[in-house]
Structures are given as structure tokens and as C-alpha cells.
Design a protein around this ligand. Structure first.
Ligand SMILES: Nc1ncnc2c1ncn2[C@@H]1O[C@H](COP(=O)(O)OP(=O)(O)O)[C@@H](O)[C@H]1O
Ligand SMILES: [Mg+2]
Ligand SMILES: [Zn+2]
Length: 329
């Protein structure tokens, strides 16, 4: 883990605690000024520790007197809550309200890092990765179905009809995304919009507040490999981020040179995320036969049996756009 990322995440969590405490003080001041009987109760409650010390010093009937003090405080709190409600406030208005109740915004719970701090650290790592991936986010509005009109695939399928289904499927996927969403496989030759639709989904899902990692398989595996063989940032843990992101988008599977390390890492990612029930989107320019050649049966069978498959068909849109743009002199 990167030290500065850790420190920054911890500072963010602890500033939540400072904000919660400041807000709590503000509420006390507000209510003490507005509702004098509560101010009186609060003044009594504030004396509790002094009175405990007195009782302990006195040394007589300690248990009984502590019990009486406890009951008195409890009554005071009940009255205070009732008065709050009578004055139009929530009964817990004067309680501390932390963003994370589990660690009370300290970042630590039960002697280890709290989930809220872990999530913050992961989010920082993901933001950094997407920056380096130069995530230029396409969106659905820039996607036109015109390019697929009046074309038939070699299998005799109407491209427009098929791609309309693909487009609507992606739109629906993005709109209804949750951690329970299925994994998707985009396959078909290059220039048909696989990257464009992957990025459109990425953008929509990021906007919903999920942690999304998008990059090409080459870049991501290169990063994992560097760290694995000790040549990367010693604290970086890209593999963990890939295994834990809410949505992982691996673009261009099959464009990489398949070493045993890459094949086993891809398998590990696909398998671990399936086991954790986390959605993944993989796109590839390879056809089914070529995927079979590059990757082992155990990977291919998961991709086609468990992932929802979207077959992209049509003509290379990069070329179509070039042809239709006016010639430049
Ligand atoms: N349906 C579409 N409408 C508009 N532009 C598209 C469409 N499909 C692809 N493009 C554009 O064509 C180029 C190639 O598309 P891309 O998504 O990279 O294809 P693939 O990933 O399938 O190889 C990109 O600039 C992309 O924005
Ligand atoms: Mg692509
Ligand atoms: Zn926490």
C-alpha cells in the first residue's frame, strides 16, 4: 500500500470525526439556547465525572450512590429526548452522528483497519489507476446505430437489429447496475464499438458512485506483473484492486502476448470475481476459435457459459468515419 495514499485516506476519515464533533457541539449550543430545561439537564450531565470522583472519594455506599447517579442521568436523557421531540427535533438530535458508526470515524475497529478506511484507500488507488488509463469517457449519446444499417454479417444476421439489441442491453445494464449485475463478454472484430460501449457503461456506473476500474488487459496485466516480480511500486497492490473493484472492465483480451503468468492471472481474476459475485466486463477482438487457441478451456468455458455474451457485428466504424469525413488538403 502506498504510504501517502494511506495517510490521505486516514486524514479524510479523521476529518469526518472532527466534523461530526463540531456539528455535535453546534447542536448543543443551539438547543441549550433554545430549550432551557435541556440546558439544565446538560449542565447536570456534564458534572457526572466530577460526581463519580466525589462518590469514590467519599467511600460510603459507593455502589448504591453510583447506581442512583446512573438512574438520574438516564432519566435526564429521557426527559431531554422527550423535550426535543416536543420542540420539533429528532429524539437523537444531541447524539454523536458519525459517518461510520462501526469505528466512530477513527479508521480503526477491533484493532485493525475499518472497512470505511479500506474503501477510501481502494478508491484512491482506483482514481489513480483510471488517471493513468487516460479514461476518456465515452457516453451512450455519442453512439449511433446508423453505422450498422443495411449490413448483413457473414452469418446472414442483420447488423442493425443485432446491434440495437446490444446497445439497449448495455444501456439497461448501466441504468440498473448493482453489485448483483451479471458479467458481460463483448466479442467481435475491431472498430465495432466494444470499447465505446464499455466506456459508456464505466462512466454511467462511476456516476452512480461505484468503484470502477477500466483499462486494457495489456496495461493492467503489465502492472500486475511488474509488482509481482518486484519491479513496481513496492506498496502498490493492483491485483487486489482488480479483484475487489465493484466493476472491472478488461478491454481487449487477446491483444496481449500470452505468457503463462498472464494466462494464470486472467484466470485468477475471472474466477475470484465470479466466486465473490462481482461483475466484470471483458471485451475481445478475437472470435471464439481464437480465444480457444490463446486461452485454456477452463477460462473459455467460464467466459461463454457464465458471462452474458454480446456479439458485435458490422463494418469497422473507424474506417466508415474516415470515408465520410471530408478530405483534407
Ligand atoms: N456506434 C458508434 N457510433 C459512433 N461512434 C462509434 C460507434 N462505434 C464505435 N465508434 C467509434 O469508432 C471508434 C472505434 O470504436 P471502438 O469502440 O474502439 O471499437 P472496438 O473496441 O470494437 O474495436 C471509436 O472512436 C469509437 O468512438
Ligand atoms: Mg476496443
Ligand atoms: Zn469505519
Amino acid at each position: 500500500m502506498n504510504e501517502s495514499v494511506f495517510q490521505e485516506a486516514l486524514r479524510e476519515i479523521q476529518s469526518r470525526r472532527i466534523r461530526a464533533e463540531a456539528e455535535n457541539e453546534r447542536r448543543y449550543a443551539e438547543i441549550n439556547a433554545k430549550i432551557p430545561p435541556i440546558a439544565e439537564i446538560n449542565a447536570q450531565l456534564a458534572l457526572t465525572s466530577t460526581r463519580i470522583v466525589e462518590i469514590l472519594r467519599g467511600g460510603e455506599d459507593v455502589q448504591d450512590r453510583l447506581e442512583a447517579l446512573r438512574r438520574q442521568n438516564e432519566q435526564g436523557q429521557q426527559i431531554s429526548a422527550r423535550l426535543l421531540v416536543e420542540n420539533g427535533y429528532p429524539a437523537d438530535y444531541l447524539d454523536m452522528h458519525y459517518t461510520c458508526e462501526k469505528c466512530q470515524d477513527t479508521g480503526y475497529s477491533g484493532g485493525s483497519l475499518c472497512d470505511c478506511l479500506r474503501r477510501r484507500i481502494a478508491a484512491a488507488g482506483i482514481a489513480r489507476m483510471n488517471r493513468t488509463a487516460q479514461l476518456k469517457l465515452c457516453d451512450f449519446s455519442g453512439f449511433s446505430l446508423e453505422y450498422y444499417k443495411n449490413r448483413t454479417s457473414p452469418d446472414g444476421e442483420d447488423c442493425y437489429t443485432a446491434m440495437k439489441k446490444v446497445f439497449n442491453g448495455c444501456l439497461h445494464y448501466a441504468e440498473t447496475f448493482s453489485l448483483a449485475s451479471p458479467s458481460l463478454l463483448f466479442y467481435g472484430s475491431s472498430g465495432l464499438g466494444k470499447t465505446h460501449l464499455s466506456l459508456s457503461i464505466a462512466k454511467a456506473v462511476i456516476d452512480k458512485g461505484y468503484d470502477v476500474i477500466y483499462d486494457s488487459v495489456i496495461n493492467l496485466l503489465g502492472q500486475v506483473e511488474k509488482e509481482h516480480f518486484g519491479r513496481g511500486d513496492a506498496d502498490a497492490d493492483t491485483l487486489s484492486l482488480l479483484l475487489e473493484a465493484d466493476l472491472l472492465i478488461l478491454d481487449d483480451l487477446g491483444a496481449e502476448f500470452t505468457t503463462p503468468f498472464y494466462v494464470s492471472t486472467v484466470y485468477n481474476i475471472i474466477n475470484t470475481r465470479l466466486n465473490r459475485g462481482l461483475p466484470t466486463i471483458i471485451s475481445t477482438n478475437l472470435d471464439i476459435a481464437s480465444i480457444h487457441q490463446s486461452y485454456e478451456e477452463r477460462i473459455v468455458s467460464r467466459l461463454f457459459a457464465v458471462y452474458e455474451c454480446y456479439h458485435f457485428i458490422g463494418a469497422d466504424i473507424r474506417l466508415l468515419k474516415k470515408k465520410s469525413s471530408p478530405a483534407r488538403f
